[in-house]
Design a protein around this ligand. Structure first.
Ligand code: ZN
Length: 481
């Protein structure tokens, strides 16, 4: 018999269904890894194998992170690049990352996942694009399996080094035939195409400035050769003005034209950042259902700019959120990422020129950005990006909302805390996004309680952090030799 789980009598359940239903004093009944029933607490069973009393909680679908480089948790806040923009930041860090070992990738991936899980995130993508010293994507996948996170591991790559006009040093790039062969092996070994998949593998050459156009084309062909199995394509695009200038100088086109030529638009593709996507780009992304991983904290940290998220959403572009690499954020807190997305969108609107509009009384009035800014993104819009939006961007139809038949992924946040005081009584969902971002009290992945009363149950966190600390020091020392 499969185990049952009951989330009983929740103060609020933000289902993220099509109309954004929020239930009060409601329960959710889970069998195995699937949601079976939900509704008024009085109408549902009162007991199960595992019961979580949620009377002081807001329950949301497990949050979905669509872009990350988990190994970078070993190189957070490195003094020499704290104040660098993207290319300078990368040039400063490549030599450090060249010292990565398989064990470092395993431990840093678990550390990054621990941080995500404790913030209510149940599904994450990761983009590992550097493979020195015998590192394999298998190291990340094994880390995810042990900690119990739903995982879309992407096989990143770099093949154009400095001597060929690329950004990374030649010592960290790989041969393209080896990249493709290893990618095929990983998909065949680990990718699960089924409902409820815990591990999937994507194909992810790093960026226009570190791989060739050939590799981009061949990668798309490889992913699409696994017909009907949902093998997705991922890369970085249009991240800042230097990225745009590189595209213009090297390829004589915009980033969108570059990916269009290479077959990298489609509902099986998502691009990270897209800060500098122009109107033509937004139109093409919308028409082809190409997804975007919006990474507000990283974009602010590296002064890349403000992605035009409202225009993307209005055009119909699928948008999710990404905490991005641990070294360009330098946090991996999904609720905080959603909060920053909300705040940044409002600033974006306030930077626009004044507009003359017809007001409700029929009179023409001038509206300044600060009049319109707050409507640019609501708290519920931001939560949507972090749940349904992320699920869509990762091509998942079985996560991102709380409904019968969906995977049993949940995050529960306490409402009776200092940060929520005076807010949760009025609006639990609004408070989750607007008040100081809380840690999850319970995080449930695939029907399994992974975080219980704020503690990770699947790994020994103090021991993990001690190993991680030693490795961060070792990595820094290596690069100084
Ligand atoms: Zn990135």
């Amino acid at each position: 018999m499969e185990k049952t789980l009951l989330i009983r009598n929740a103060a609020c359940i933000a289902t993220q269904d099509d109309v954004g239903t929020e239930l009060r004093q409601a329960s959710v009944w889970v069998r195995g890894n699937t949601i079976e029933r939900m509704g008024p607490a009085a109408d549902l069973p009162q007991t199960a194998d595992v019961v979580i009393d949620a009377q002081h909680h807001v329950v949301v679908p497990g949050l979905v992170n669509t872009h990350h480089h988990m190994y970078q948790s070993l190189t957070r806040a490195i003094p020499g690049v704290q104040d660098a923009e993207l290319f300078g930041w990368l040039r400063g860090l490549y030599p450090l990352w060249a010292g990565l070992t398989p064990e470092m990738v395993f431990v840093s991936t678990q550390t990054a996942m621990a941080e995500l899980l404790l913030s209510g995130c149940t599904t994450s993508s990761d983009h590992l694009y550097i493979y020195p010293n015998g590192v394999k994507l298998d190291d990340s996948i094994h880390a995810a399996q042990e900690i119990g996170m739903r995982f879309l591991a992407t096989r990143g790559s770099m093949s154009v080094g400095q001597s060929q006009g690329g950004l990374p040093p030649d010592s960290v790039v790989e041969r393209e035939d080896a990249i493709l062969k290893d990618t095929q092996r990983l998909v065949e070994t680990y990718h699960c195409p089924h409902h409820g998949a815990m591990v999937q593998v994507g194909v992810a050459p790093c960026s226009p400035f570190s791989v060739s156009q050939d590799l981009m084309r061949l990668s798309a062909e490889l992913a699409r050769s696994f017909k009907g199995q949902g093998v997705r394509l991922h890369t970085h695009l249009a991240e800042n003005d230097h990225d745009l200038a590189y595209s213009k100088a090297k390829f004589n086109c915009t980033p969108t034209q570059y990916v269009q030529d290479l077959g990298w638009l489609g509902d099986d593709v998502w691009h990270a950042h897209c800060v500098k996507l122009d109107d033509e780009g937004i139109g093409l992304f919308a028409a082809t259902r190409t997804g975007v991983a919006h990474c507000p904290c990283s974009n602010m940290r590296l002064a890349s700019g403000i992605a035009p998220v409202r225009r993307m959403l209005n055009a119909g572009v699928p948008v999710g959120l990404g905490v991005d690499g641990s070294a360009s954020n330098d946090a991996a807190h999904m609720v905080n990422e959603a909060r920053q997305a909300l705040l940044l969108a409002r600033v974006q609107r306030a930077l626009q020129p004044a507009e003359t509009r017809i007001d409700t009384d029929g009179q023409a009035r001038t509206f300044f950005g600060c009049d319109l800014g707050p409507t640019e993104m609501t708290a519920r819009d931001a939560l949507r990006l972090a749940t349904r939006g992320g699920a869509e961007v990762l091509g998942r139809h079985d996560i991102g909302q709380i409904a019968p038949g969906m995977c049993a992924d949940f995050a529960l946040f306490r409402l009776d805390t200092l940060a929520m005081a005076g807010g949760a009584v009025h609006d639990p969902v609004g408070s989750l996004l607007l008040c100081a971002s809380p840690q999850a009290d319970h995080t449930i992945v695939n029907g399994r309680v992974v975080v219980e009363h704020g503690h990770l149950r699947t790994v020994d966190l103090p021991r993990l952090l001690e190993r991680h600390r030693h490795m961060a020091i070792a990595l820094a020392h290596k690069s100084q030799k």
